[in-house]
Design a protein around this ligand. Structure first.
Ligand code: ATP
Ligand code: MG
Length: 385
């Protein structure tokens, strides 16, 4: 069996993972992250640069072993998300898998134009005879089925260019997915009926997702991330460079001022010393704003039961005390998200906040919806059910 690779292109970093796969068991063979240039709002703007990054990552992770397939995340302006509702009549008065396939195909037909390529389609609710929303419709009796989908599209010509870029790096099979599909695979959403949420704190975005009954319920990408802290530090301490501010955030940053000891820290490259508590005060203000925005979304979705968990991920959540601050502000239990379904010699990597998307991507696969082909066999099975 060859290797499967995945690539997450974020706002600040590009991370590639490689895994071996045998009989559905995934074992992580390597993972590597590099700072990113040549991408603007999720869209590759400098192909030559990105190609050299990909070649470098492949050389580091796969050497001369072949990569069977690479799964790539699309986000920002490279991905368009829309919601659609379709209705199908139930031919056999109860819902069969093939009815779900028919609904999905109907939705794809109406949602995807000639210029688009379908990246993913995820059902968010089902209704039988316009009744209450249900999660597991197969076997339910009725005359008609409504399905509400989230549809993820990308520009077909752009994806062709990206495929060509990978072909130049020696990979012919490229599949694209939205980050939410990677989260769902990483967290094995289908295996639990529990309702839980995820907050992904990225550099430029804060993504909030809600699941329940094994299904995606809600998803929103807020256009503000933890890079904002860097500019706050620049202004707060009159520092010249954003890079220096970022370095201070990584080295000394704490999300909760009350967790800070009285201690002075030096601003790199400058002789000035500052109180660590003052740094933390600036950080906490912005972290509260980011987290309150996410909590507000969850409250709008009636995610109020304090027993329900919020999982935390994204590089921004690496700030010490982020989980405590979120628990304090939301009243919910908070846990760092950990990837399921992949083994690794280094267990810690499976809960590394900046790696959830790339690891979940390894597990993603596209499946075609299969409708009944009709014919005598199906007709008979309809009678003898
Ligand atoms: N050790 C650390 N301590 C504090 N913050 C960190 C640490 N490591 C990374 N970060 C911050 O995490 C953010 C990047 O997170 P992540 O890698 O998840 O973003 P991304 O996926 O590139 O961006 P986005 O999801 O917004 O497109 C940056 O603001 C970075 O400064
Ligand atoms: Mg990200």
């Amino acid at each position: 069996m060859g290797l499967i690779a995945s690539l997450d292109i974020g706002s600040e970093k590009m991370v590639m993972a490689v895994a071996s796969q045998e009989n559905g068991n995934y074992h992580l063979a390597g993972i590597k992250m590099i700072a990113l240039q040549g991408v603007k709002d999720g869209v590759i703007t400098d192909k030559a640069k990105i190609k050299s990054y990909i070649k470098y990552l492949l050389q580091e992770l796969a050497k001369d072993k072949g990569i069977e397939r690479i799964n790539v995340s699309l986000s920002g302006a490279a991905l368009r998300v829309s919601e659609h509702k379709v209705n199908v009549l139930l031919q056999r008065k109860s819902v069969k898998e093939s009815d779900l396939a028919r609904a999905e195909n109907k939705c794809i037909e109406s949602a995807v134009s000639r210029e688009d390529e379908l990246v993913d389609i995820i059902p968010v609710s089902y209704q039988i005879d316009r009744g209450a929303a249900i999660a597991h419709p197969v076997g339910a009796t009725g005359r008609s089925l409504d399905v509400h989908y989230r549809v993820y599209l990308a520009d077909g010509a752009y994806l062709m260019e990206v495929r060509k870029l990978f072909a130049d790096c020696g990979i012919e099979e490229v599949e694209f997915f939205p980050p939410v599909r990677a989260y769902m695979e990483a967290l094995e959403v289908y295996r639990t009926d529990k309702s839980f949420a995820l907050i992904d704190m990225g550099a430029m975005h804060t993504t909030v997702v809600l699941w329940g009954e094994g299904m995606l319920k809600q998803e929103v990408v807020l256009p503000l991330g933890t890079r904002a802290i860097d500019t706050d530090i620049v202004k707060g301490f009159r520092i010249e460079s954003v890079q220096t501010a970022k370095q201070m955030k990584h080295q000394y940053g704490i999300a909760l001022r009350s967790m800070c000891k009285t201690e002075k820290v030096a601003i790199p490259e400058v002789k000035k010393q500052i109180e660590k508590r003052d740094l933390s005060k600036i950080i906490q203000c912005r972290m509260e704003e980011l987290l309150e925005g996410a909590i507000y979304q969850l409250q709008q979705w009636r995610f109020n039961d304090a027993e329900k968990e919020i999982l935390l991920t994204g590089g921004g959540s690496r700030l010490i005390g982020t989980d405590t601050l979120l628990a304090k502000l939301s009243g919910h239990k908070v846990r760092i998200a950990k990837v399921q379904g992949i083994t690794s010699g280094n267990e810690e990597i499976l809960s590394a906040p900046a790696c959830l998307t790339v690891l979940g991507l390894l597990l993603c696969e596209h499946t075609e919806p299969e409708e009944d082909k009709g014919g005598i066999g199906n007709w008979l099975s309809g009678i003898f059910k």
